[in-house]
Design a protein. Structure first.
Lengths: 64, 64
DNA sequence: ACAATATGTAAGATATAATTGACATATTTA
DNA sequence: TAAATATGTCAATTATATCTTACATATTGT
């Protein structure tokens, strides 16, 4: 399933996929894939994304 | 750095590394490595561990 | 309308998470 | 004390996250 929470947080922070990618040190495609879902990123990457967007793991990656 | 929070949650739930491993579908060594630190598990695995121990991502894997 | 920027996907290569098997040391329990 | 059970760690292999390159479609601004 798509990760809408992450996309919303990114758009709210007004950063492009490419900008976020460069901040956290991955490629644009990786960010795109995470938002598109059917992907299983590493904890380190999830944490870096959260910090870049001023969110926590539960905010962006916890379901239910 | 070691993941003390996860180890404490596991011990509190009274499950061995091996038991937890079988619940979440990985090997004992993988659980051991995560608790020992210097490891970067996948989001899916982190989530499975949290649910097995009745914790959230922030409880076990969020720093600061 | 055009140009620039942003997004969605794909195939093949590389890095690394996770496995398997194995052995040693603790820790618990009879 | 002895026997289980649990933990720590290693080397070699396999599975998969991430990279690279590339192309297409949206979207935004001039």
């Amino acid at each position: 399933m798509k990760n809408r929470k992450m996309k919303m947080a990114r758009v709210e922070a007004d950063v492009s996929q490419e900008k976020l990618a460069s901040i956290v040190g991955v490629t644009r495609q990786t960010i795109n894939l995470i938002e598109a879902g059917n992907y299983n990123p590493s904890l380190k990457l999830c944490t870096a994304i959260c910090k870049a967007l001023n969110k926590t793991l539960n905010d962006l990656f916890w379901e239910e």
